[in-house]
Ligand binder design. Structure first.
Ligand code: FPP
Length: 261
């Protein structure tokens, strides 16, 4: 049993809550929102929020790994984020360089393996190199997978999968009648996560309650938890609270019998 201290929202009292170790969500995906607002509230430039957000990634990845999460997918840059001012985009592109440049030894120490999904060939060369090196340096790690969505979009991912299927049909290698859910799963960017490809728990910080083009196919049966904290304020306790909320849900996957995560 993992226990943590939680402030009850209605009574204001601090209570000790227990997490069920046997029901830790195997795949947690997070839409890390609110960096800009966090900075704005402190009269800081938006990039200060992203910098703090990067430190939160370190804290949360370590905590998730200790809790027994098997895959942690983080939405770090979407295919739509290029619309932001150039200076902010440039800063966001530099973050993986700083993050992996300082954090890979800790990732290795925690047996965490880095993966990246997204159109990484469109990233600046230095970002691509940082990502490639981190994947190679942690390839031997057998613990949690830390999966960054970088230049990722759920619709684009589905379009690419459909194009690949169409090419295979055209080449005579695939019968259209053989296209089923598994065929699509195998052509999405989560294919190599195998049975862990679909998030059990999706968290979005900062009070917004939308998907913003994130893992549209994979979240079909995920449990959603929306939290009020801006991402830079998210921490181990916030993760534990979200997992606690997940553990109170009854997942039925369209059936009638509750099936525990
Ligand atoms: C959304 O907040 C956040 C992003 C678009 C960037 C997320 C990136 C990080 C948290 C750092 C990632 C770290 C690594 C290692 C790649 P927002 O800017 O939209 O916030 P706002 O809605 O308050 O403006």
């Amino acid at each position: 049993m993992f226990s943590f201290l939680n402030k009850n929202q209605s009574t204001g009292e601090v209570e000790e809550l227990q997490l069920d170790e046997a029901n830790i969500p195997a795949h947690v995906a997070i839409i890390m929102d609110g960096n800009g607002r966090w900075a704005q509230q402190r009269h800081l430039p938006r990039i200060a929020g992203h910098k703090q957000g990067m430190d939160t990634v370190k804290t949360v990845a370590t905590a998730a790994s200790h809790l027994g999460v098997k895959v942690l997918t983080l939405y770090a840059f979407s295919t739509e984020n290029w619309k932001r001012p150039t200076a902010e985009v440039n800063y966001l592109m530099k973050l993986p360089v700083d993050f992996f440049g300082t954090f890979v030894p800790d990732l290795i120490k925690n047996n965490i393996c880095v993966k990246v999904m997204g159109y990484t060939d469109k990233l600046p060369a230095a970002t691509q190199k940082a990502v490639r090196d981190a994947i190679a340096d942690t390839a031997h790690c057998t613990g949690m997978v830390l999966n960054f969505a970088l230049n990722y979009g759920g619709r684009a991912e589905i379009v690419t999968a459909v194009q690949n299927l169409a090419e295979e049909v055209k080449a005579g290698r695939l019968d259209p009648a053989a296209i089923d859910e598994a065929a699509i799963d195998q052509r999405l960017m989560t294919a190599d996560l195998a049975d862990l490809r679909d998030p059990d728990l999706l968290i979005r910080t900062s009070g917004e309650e939308r998907l913003s083009n994130f893992m549209l196919w994979q979240v079909a049966y995920s449990e959603f938890v929306f939290t009020q904290q801006h991402w830079p304020d998210f921490d181990q306790t916030a993760l534990e609270q979200a997992i606690y909320e997940y553990q109170q849900r009854h997942r039925r996957f369209g059936g009638l019998t509750p099936a525990k995560g």
